[in-house]
Ligand binder design. Structure first.
Ligand code: S3P
Length: 174
Protein backbone atom coordinates (compact mmCIF):
# COMPACT_ATOMS: atom_id res chain seq x y z
CA UNK A 1 0.00 0.00 0.00
CA UNK A 2 1.38 3.43 -0.94
CA UNK A 3 1.88 5.92 1.91
CA UNK A 4 -0.47 8.80 2.74
CA UNK A 5 0.90 11.90 4.44
CA UNK A 6 -1.80 13.96 6.17
CA UNK A 7 -1.11 17.54 7.21
CA UNK A 8 -3.09 19.00 10.09
CA UNK A 9 -2.81 22.22 12.08
CA UNK A 10 -4.42 25.57 12.60
CA UNK A 11 -5.42 28.05 9.90
CA UNK A 12 -2.38 29.85 8.55
CA UNK A 13 0.12 27.11 9.45
CA UNK A 14 0.96 26.60 5.77
CA UNK A 15 -0.67 23.17 5.31
CA UNK A 16 -1.75 23.79 1.70
CA UNK A 17 1.52 25.42 0.59
CA UNK A 18 3.66 22.77 2.27
CA UNK A 19 1.42 19.94 1.04
CA UNK A 20 1.63 21.04 -2.55
CA UNK A 21 5.42 21.58 -2.39
CA UNK A 22 5.96 18.28 -0.60
CA UNK A 23 3.86 16.27 -3.07
CA UNK A 24 5.65 17.85 -6.02
CA UNK A 25 9.04 16.98 -4.54
CA UNK A 26 8.06 13.39 -3.83
CA UNK A 27 6.20 12.97 -7.12
CA UNK A 28 3.07 12.04 -5.18
CA UNK A 29 -0.58 13.03 -5.61
CA UNK A 30 -1.80 16.06 -3.69
CA UNK A 31 -5.27 16.89 -2.42
CA UNK A 32 -6.28 19.99 -0.53
CA UNK A 33 -9.45 19.06 1.37
CA UNK A 34 -10.78 22.64 1.41
CA UNK A 35 -10.58 22.87 -2.39
CA UNK A 36 -12.34 19.53 -2.74
CA UNK A 37 -15.12 20.73 -0.41
CA UNK A 38 -15.54 23.87 -2.52
CA UNK A 39 -15.82 21.69 -5.64
CA UNK A 40 -18.37 19.42 -3.99
CA UNK A 41 -20.48 22.31 -2.70
CA UNK A 42 -20.02 24.39 -5.86
CA UNK A 43 -19.12 27.53 -3.91
CA UNK A 44 -16.33 29.04 -1.81
CA UNK A 45 -16.11 27.94 1.84
CA UNK A 46 -17.09 31.41 3.08
CA UNK A 47 -20.33 31.09 1.12
CA UNK A 48 -21.00 27.60 2.49
CA UNK A 49 -20.76 29.02 6.04
CA UNK A 50 -22.91 32.00 5.11
CA UNK A 51 -25.65 30.13 3.26
CA UNK A 52 -25.72 26.77 5.05
CA UNK A 53 -23.87 27.23 8.33
CA UNK A 54 -20.91 25.47 9.92
CA UNK A 55 -22.72 22.18 10.57
CA UNK A 56 -23.38 21.56 6.88
CA UNK A 57 -19.77 22.51 6.14
CA UNK A 58 -18.52 19.94 8.68
CA UNK A 59 -20.79 17.25 7.20
CA UNK A 60 -19.34 17.95 3.75
CA UNK A 61 -15.84 18.02 5.24
CA UNK A 62 -16.35 14.56 6.80
CA UNK A 63 -17.53 13.10 3.49
CA UNK A 64 -14.73 14.71 1.48
CA UNK A 65 -11.90 13.83 3.86
CA UNK A 66 -12.97 10.21 4.37
CA UNK A 67 -13.40 9.90 0.59
CA UNK A 68 -9.91 11.30 -0.02
CA UNK A 69 -8.37 8.98 2.56
CA UNK A 70 -10.15 5.98 0.98
CA UNK A 71 -8.88 7.01 -2.43
CA UNK A 72 -5.35 7.51 -1.11
CA UNK A 73 -5.42 4.12 0.61
CA UNK A 74 -6.27 2.32 -2.59
CA UNK A 75 -3.86 4.31 -4.75
CA UNK A 76 -0.68 2.76 -6.09
CA UNK A 77 1.06 6.10 -5.67
CA UNK A 78 1.84 8.09 -2.54
CA UNK A 79 -0.58 10.86 -1.57
CA UNK A 80 -0.33 14.05 0.44
CA UNK A 81 -3.59 15.41 1.89
CA UNK A 82 -3.87 18.84 3.55
CA UNK A 83 -6.84 19.15 5.90
CA UNK A 84 -8.66 22.29 6.96
CA UNK A 85 -7.80 23.51 10.46
CA UNK A 86 -11.09 22.33 11.97
CA UNK A 87 -11.19 18.88 10.37
CA UNK A 88 -9.85 17.33 13.59
CA UNK A 89 -13.00 18.46 15.43
CA UNK A 90 -15.19 16.23 13.23
CA UNK A 91 -15.48 12.90 15.12
CA UNK A 92 -15.59 10.78 11.95
CA UNK A 93 -12.36 12.37 10.70
CA UNK A 94 -10.64 12.17 14.09
CA UNK A 95 -11.45 8.43 14.24
CA UNK A 96 -9.82 7.92 10.84
CA UNK A 97 -6.73 9.91 11.77
CA UNK A 98 -6.14 7.71 14.81
CA UNK A 99 -5.38 4.82 12.42
CA UNK A 100 -3.08 6.79 10.12
CA UNK A 101 0.67 6.51 10.76
CA UNK A 102 1.74 9.67 8.89
CA UNK A 103 -0.28 12.49 10.43
CA UNK A 104 1.90 15.60 10.67
CA UNK A 105 0.99 18.59 12.79
CA UNK A 106 2.37 21.85 11.40
CA UNK A 107 2.75 24.23 14.32
CA UNK A 108 2.82 27.97 13.79
CA UNK A 109 2.58 30.73 16.35
CA UNK A 110 -0.72 32.54 16.82
CA UNK A 111 0.50 35.96 15.64
CA UNK A 112 1.92 34.66 12.36
CA UNK A 113 -1.15 32.49 11.73
CA UNK A 114 -3.43 35.49 12.26
CA UNK A 115 -1.25 37.75 10.12
CA UNK A 116 -1.62 35.26 7.27
CA UNK A 117 -5.35 34.68 7.58
CA UNK A 118 -7.00 37.30 9.80
CA UNK A 119 -9.52 39.59 8.20
CA UNK A 120 -9.46 37.52 5.01
CA UNK A 121 -12.17 35.31 3.58
CA UNK A 122 -11.92 32.53 6.19
CA UNK A 123 -15.16 32.52 8.18
CA UNK A 124 -13.46 31.65 11.48
CA UNK A 125 -10.56 34.09 11.21
CA UNK A 126 -12.46 37.34 11.68
CA UNK A 127 -11.18 38.77 14.95
CA UNK A 128 -8.09 37.96 16.97
CA UNK A 129 -9.92 37.11 20.22
CA UNK A 130 -12.08 34.33 18.80
CA UNK A 131 -9.17 33.18 16.62
CA UNK A 132 -7.03 32.84 19.74
CA UNK A 133 -9.78 30.99 21.64
CA UNK A 134 -10.14 28.49 18.82
CA UNK A 135 -6.35 28.15 18.54
CA UNK A 136 -6.07 27.31 22.24
CA UNK A 137 -9.10 25.00 22.28
CA UNK A 138 -7.71 22.87 19.48
CA UNK A 139 -4.15 22.38 20.64
CA UNK A 140 -4.87 19.23 22.67
CA UNK A 141 -6.75 17.62 19.80
CA UNK A 142 -3.99 18.41 17.29
CA UNK A 143 -1.39 16.90 19.59
CA UNK A 144 -3.50 13.81 20.28
CA UNK A 145 -4.01 13.06 16.61
CA UNK A 146 -0.56 13.85 15.24
CA UNK A 147 2.09 11.19 15.11
CA UNK A 148 4.68 13.83 14.19
CA UNK A 149 5.01 17.51 14.96
CA UNK A 150 6.90 19.99 12.81
CA UNK A 151 7.69 23.42 14.19
CA UNK A 152 7.18 25.77 11.25
CA UNK A 153 8.07 29.00 13.07
CA UNK A 154 10.41 31.12 10.99
CA UNK A 155 10.77 28.40 8.39
CA UNK A 156 10.35 28.55 4.63
CA UNK A 157 7.90 26.18 2.91
CA UNK A 158 10.87 24.20 1.57
CA UNK A 159 12.37 23.77 5.05
CA UNK A 160 9.10 22.50 6.51
CA UNK A 161 8.67 20.13 3.58
CA UNK A 162 12.24 18.86 4.01
CA UNK A 163 11.57 18.21 7.70
CA UNK A 164 8.55 16.08 6.77
CA UNK A 165 10.57 14.16 4.18
CA UNK A 166 13.32 13.43 6.72
CA UNK A 167 10.75 11.96 9.10
CA UNK A 168 9.08 9.87 6.37
CA UNK A 169 12.44 8.53 5.31
CA UNK A 170 13.18 7.50 8.86
CA UNK A 171 15.66 10.24 9.59
CA UNK A 172 15.53 12.74 12.40
CA UNK A 173 12.22 13.65 14.00
CA UNK A 174 11.18 16.83 15.78
C1 S3P B 1 -11.36 26.10 9.29
C2 S3P B 1 -10.19 26.16 8.56
C3 S3P B 1 -10.16 26.41 7.11
C4 S3P B 1 -11.46 25.94 6.44
C5 S3P B 1 -12.63 26.54 7.15
C6 S3P B 1 -12.70 26.20 8.64
C7 S3P B 1 -11.29 25.89 10.76
O1 S3P B 1 -9.06 25.71 6.53
O2 S3P B 1 -11.55 24.56 6.44
O3 S3P B 1 -12.58 27.93 6.97
O4 S3P B 1 -12.31 25.55 11.37
O5 S3P B 1 -10.18 26.03 11.32
P1 S3P B 1 -7.51 26.18 6.64
O6 S3P B 1 -6.96 25.63 7.90
O7 S3P B 1 -6.89 25.57 5.44
O8 S3P B 1 -7.51 27.66 6.60
Amino acid sequence: MAPTVILIGFMGAGKSAVGSYLARGLGWNFFDADIQIEKRMGMPIAEVFEKHGEEIFRTAEAAVVTGLLDEAASSREGTVVSLGGGAVTVPEIARRLRHEPLVFLLEEDLETAFKRTGGGTRPLAGDLDSFQRLFEERQVLYRQLAGHVVDTRGKEIREVSDAVVRIIEGGEGE
